[in-house]
Design a protein around this ligand. Structure first.
Ligand SMILES: C[S@@+](CC[C@H](N)C(=O)[O-])C[C@H]1O[C@@H](n2cnc3c(N)ncnc32)[C@H](O)[C@@H]1O
Length: 305
């Protein structure tokens, strides 16, 4: 579990308070939180449909997402990174650039950095996050505060968050610095938005990048009850295997609930029938997939028989 989650809560509450006039003393502003509740329910219901129509640029959607989903998803990323082993783990630990496909407010950033902090010191000087998301620019207010917070509370490396509404291609994101940095691609919690995203093409492009690079990886993780998740995992596994990429699947079990969530937020966003905490859904909540560089196939030697 992320130990310092309450620092991020303070940051989120302060940042929202500064940005939205009339929400001062947010922690005691039950009326304002109650007004956001229908949007939170709307989000919850739309994630259960095939055809998702969420406009993440709307301020009330951003506030509701930040308060209802961001923190459990920081925890999801954190737990996911903790599950990875061997080479997968090293790719994540040593990545200098992390491209968050559909990253939105970027809970993956908190999860990754908090997990890194539990590991032996690394030699990375800069960790750069590129958020490729159709609503990235409207999250600028949050990305800037998060970046500032991370750079004042950590002294081991510098963090840079770059948001891009333009869906730059995976190859462009990989070549963004010269020489290309060790890159980790992450696609978390957007599997049911993939039909709209044309995500399968995007994933195909990432696999092309991984084909050329030995120290890059792709982490895909999403809720098991998303309608399109299993077909996406199947096609990802098939495409990656046919390109001789190394793949592994894993499941995230257990509670990713409202731990560390302030009581007033729990009251308004978690304690009602249509918006249950994630931990109540089932035991096996999320599944994930990791793809890394090519398996070493020695084409010169015929197989022994
Ligand atoms: C459920 S949110 C997930 C955000 C984050 N990854 C997380 O775990 O909390 C899905 C994200 O996908 C983005 N998205 C949806 N369609 C997109 C598209 N066509 N191109 C880029 N991003 C898209 C949305 O803007 C949203 O931020």
């Amino acid at each position: 579990m992320i130990k310092s989650l309450s620092n991020y809560w303070d940051l989120a509450l302060q940042t929202i308070e500064q940005l939205r006039p009339g929400t001062s003393s947010l922690t005691s502003s039950a009326e304002w939180l109650a007004a956001l509740r229908p949007t939170s329910i709307e989000l919850y219901q739309s994630y259960r449909k095939d055809d998702i129509q969420v406009d993440y640029q709307r301020p009330e959607v951003q506030d509701a997402y930040l308060l209802r989903y961001f923190f459990p998803y920081c925890e999801l990323s954190y737990q996911t990174f903790g599950l990875l082993e061997g080479a997968n783990r090293n790719v994540c630990l040593n990545a200098e650039r992390i491209v968050l496909f559909g990253g939105g407010p970027g809970p993956e950033i908190v999860g990754l950095l908090e997990w890194k902090a539990t590991q032996p010191p690394q030699s990375t000087a800069l960790v750069q996050f590129i958020i490729v998301d159709k609503a990235a620019e409207s999250w600028e207010w949050w990305h800037r505060d998060l970046e500032k917070f991370l750079n004042t509370t950590r002294c081991d490396f510098r963090v840079e968050i770059i948001g891009s509404n333009e869906c730059c291609s995976p190859q462009e994101a990989y070549n963004f610095g010269t020489p290309p940095l060790r890159t980790l691609f992450v696609a978390q919690n957007l599997l049911n938005e993939f039909s709209e995203l044309d995500g399968k093409n995007w994933i195909g492009e990432i696999l092309n990048v991984l084909n050329q690079s030995e120290d890059c990886g792709l982490l895909v993780v999403g809720a098991t009850n998303y309608p399109t998740s299993s077909s996406l995992y199947r096609s990802l596994e098939h495409d990656a295997t046919s390109r001789h990429l190394r793949t592994s699947r894993f499941e995230v079990r257990g509670k990713i609930g409202s731990n560390g969530v302030p009581a007033i937020i729990r009251e308004h966003f978690h304690n009602h029938d249509q918006c249950r905490p994630l931990s109540n859904l089932n035991d096996r909540l999320f599944e994930g997939f990791f793809v890394e560089g090519p398996t070493k196939v020695d084409r010169r030697r015929p197989p022994c028989n």
